[in-house]
Design a protein around this ligand. Structure first.
Ligand code: 5GP
Length: 210
């Protein structure tokens, strides 16, 4: 199934998960604006676009039939069924960015995060949490879902939050500004790791022009 490997490059993968209502989309949007070298990995999904979502930008919205064909062709790094809909990370889209030297944010739930981590162990796992359970409840209810849907989403969120324990970084979204600041700090620190500079350090010693 994995004929096409994930590109091995210097690009940093930030694999971001959060229960719905944690504010992940707003945080990622700010980071993408702040760092032109960071791009968003657009997933494929069979769910319908929500108001304000753009095809090709938020997701590639495709039919279940096309999704199944793409699975059969081995086009996904990982894929899952979530809330009755299919979601998957396209190898081609990921590789296109990595080849060009971009860093990538991947917005995936924990099963996808685990699968990507296995294939790209250098990836950084970031989990975003709402400030508290009561805040999560009120954010979910503000989304206007009906009682049963909301209760189901809340239970799924709690199951997902338990997965936060094996991530590398946790960001509590107490305030958007503070959460963005922490994400930024994680990105800069990860970009500054010694192993990312091996070639540059070698070049530094070889450079005799000074
Ligand atoms: P939503 O439908 O609210 O946009 O996303 C539902 C869930 O699917 C979120 O937890 C999101 O992180 C996850 N998700 C989005 N794209 C992918 C993907 O490509 N792979 C996996 N495993 N999860 C995804």
């Amino acid at each position: 199934m994995n004929e096409m490997p994930v590109e091995q490059s210097q690009g940093l993968l930030m694999i971001v998960s959060a229960p719905s209502g944690a504010g992940k989309t707003s945080i990622c949007r700010e980071i993408l604006q702040m760092f032109p070298n960071v791009r968003f990995s657009v997933s494929c999904t069979t769910r319908s676009p929500r108001p304000g979502e753009t095809d090709g930008k938020d997701y590639d919205f495709i039919s279940t039939e096309e999704f199944r064909e793409r699975i059969a062709r081995g086009e996904f790094v990982e894929w899952v069924e979530n809330y009755g809909q299919l979601y998957g990370t396209s190898k081609k889209a990921m590789n296109a960015f990595l080849k060009q030297g971009y860093d990538l944010i991947l917005d995936v739930e924990p099963r996808g995060a685990k699968a990507i981590r296995e294939q790209c162990p250098q990836g950084v796992l970031i989990f975003i949490l709402p400030p508290s359970l009561s805040e999560l409840k009120s954010r979910l209810s503000r989304r206007g879902e009906n009682g049963a849907v909301m209760e189901h989403r809340l239970q799924s969120s709690l199951d997902e939050i338990r997965e936060a324990l094996w991530y590398d970084y946790i960001i509590f979204n107490d305030s958007l500004e503070d959460a963005v600041d922490r994400f930024r700090a994680v990105y800069i620190a990860e970009r500054s790791r010694r192993d990312r500079f091996t070639e540059r350090i070698e070049a530094f010693f070889k450079d005799e022009s000074h």
